[in-house]
Design a protein around this ligand. Structure first.
Ligand code: IFM
Length: 449
């Protein structure tokens, strides 16, 4: 079996998607509170007000993690719990929640893996320009310093940002995520300021104390649907992958993208020295994998589509299975991206910080949730990861998305990604079949067969 000894098997969640308790203990408002409460933005008007009520059910959820035998748990810290307005001293009660979480994990021998930004920007900072202004990068580093100071004695793995592509493009160009802006220039500004925030946070947290610092990207290999779509596929790859990997791991923005966006901006917001900050060495790369992109050139894309800015749209290959999100199931894409990180980006230590599937789960007569699709999906992706390791990828861990069913952003509660089923009216948790299967994978350090 290829998975190395000590491979970190775990599960992931994010603050706004599970915590609820949005006005407890001094938490401020985030852009997702505002967005989800704006009519028409989220399916059925769902919000994260209660979510899985994890904030009040911490011990129960920690026990579930222990039951599953998780070696690691990736969660995110809600910035507005720590700094309700995005500046100033830490709100003690907010930090205390994460202290209880980290201590509870340590007591159960589970490695904590916090992410500092999983999209819940304090609304007060959005009111001052949010990620389109440079000040937010500086505020982020200050906030990172506060959390680091509060928890670094018990936390060894730190992730600065989750999926800056999603935050920048779905939030600022497509407008389907908070803060709901619709401007390509804003998405480029947000991209740069998110990455600069990452670099400044790494500078702040790097204290030579042996802690490991990283960043999580959403990575989706892209390929052309037809010969004439090659250029479009290159630009989709540029926008979704290289625009983030290159500055952080190579210290430069991709030339072809700078050229492509030249009619939109002169990039004067990239100051001398910024790329040096952004490329501060990281100890690992977090990779979230959900799908490959099959790309077509589209001269008249819909404005709110993901790749409108590069005149492209995504098509789903015929005869490929799809998840409840409509995403194609192509585990070979996971291997492809891991091998690419090895070949083109210097083979950094990598953790899959998210991978998982939305399934139309429901309890049967006996109250059991037989999510065979999830078992098949995870099994095939674990095997793809194993193949990549055999080809030399330095993969060190795998966090399944997600521990619990939760608030799936613009899709509200309609999409279930959890290993654990959450009955929203009662908030009762039930382990799905995949949870038992995954415990066994962890115990054996790899899937059977
Ligand atoms: O739920 C999200 C998560 O917050 C970020 N990565 C993708 C997941 C599924 O869409």
């Amino acid at each position: 079996m290829a998975f190395p000894k000590g491979f970190l098997w775990g599960a992931a969640t994010a603050s706004y998607q599970i915590e609820g308790a949005v006005d407890r203990d001094g938490r401020g408002a985030s852009i997702w509170d505002t967005f989800s409460h704006t009519p028409g933005k989220v399916y059925r008007g769902d919000t994260g007000d209660i979510a899985c009520d994890h904030y009040h059910r911490l011990e129960e959820d920690l026990d579930l993690m222990a039951r599953l035998g998780l070696k690691a748990y990736r969660f995110s810290v809600a910035w507005p719990r720590v700094q309700p307005d995005g500046t100033g001293p830490a709100n003690r009660k907010g930090l205390d929640f994460y202290r209880r979480l980290v201590d509870g994990l340590r007591r159960r021998d589970i490695e904590p893996m916090p992410t500092l930004y999983h999209w819940d920007l304090p609304q007060a900072l959005e009111n001052r320009g949010g990620w389109t202004v440079r000040e937010t990068s500086e505020r982020f580093a200050e906030y990172a310093g506060l959390v680091y100071k509060g928890l670094s004695d018990s936390v060894s793995f730190w992730i600065t940002l989750n999926e800056p592509w999603v935050a920048a493009w779905l939030g600022h160009a497509a407008g389907v995520h908070a803060p709901g802006r619709k401007s390509v220039k804003d998405a480029l500004l947000a991209t740069h300021h998110l990455l600069l925030g990452h670099g400044l946070a790494v500078e702040t947290m790097r204290q030579g104390d042996g802690n490991r610092l990283g960043i999580t990207f959403s990575l989706s290999p892209a390929r052309p649907s037809r010969d004439r779509d090659k250029e479009a596929a290159r630009l989709v790859d540029g926008n979704a992958n290289r625009l983030y990997l290159d500055p952080v791991l190579k210290g430069r923005y991709p030339e072809d993208l700078l050229e492509h966006y030249a009619p939109v901006t002169d990039f004067s917001f990239v100051y001398d020295g910024d790329l040096g900050v952004i490329a501060a060495p990281v100890d690992f790369v977090g990779a979230n994998f959900y799908m490959r992109h099959l790309v077509r050139h589209d001269p008249e894309p819909q404005r709110d589509s993901m790749f409108a800015s590069v005149n492209a749209r995504i098509v789903i290959p015929h005869a490929v299975e799809r998840t409840a999100m409509g995403w194609p199931v192509e585990p070979e894409g996971l291997k492809e991206l891991l091998v690419r990180l090895k070949d083109e980006y210097g083979n950094p230590p990598v953790y899959i910080t998210e991978n998982g599937i939305a399934v139309h789960d429901y309890p049967d007569q006996a109250g059991e949730i037989n999510d065979e699709e999830r078992v098949r999906y995870l099994g095939s992706h674990f095997r793809a990861a194993e193949d990549a390791i055999s080809e030399g990828s330095d993969l060190r861990g795998y966090m399944v998305w997600s521990l619990l069913d939760n608030f799936e952003w613009a899709e509200g509660y309609s999409k279930r990604f959890g290993l654990v089923y959450v009955d929203y009216p009662t908030l009762k948790r039930t382990l799905k079949k995949s949870a038992g299967w995954y415990s066994e994978v962890i115990r054996r350090n790899g899937p059977a067969g």
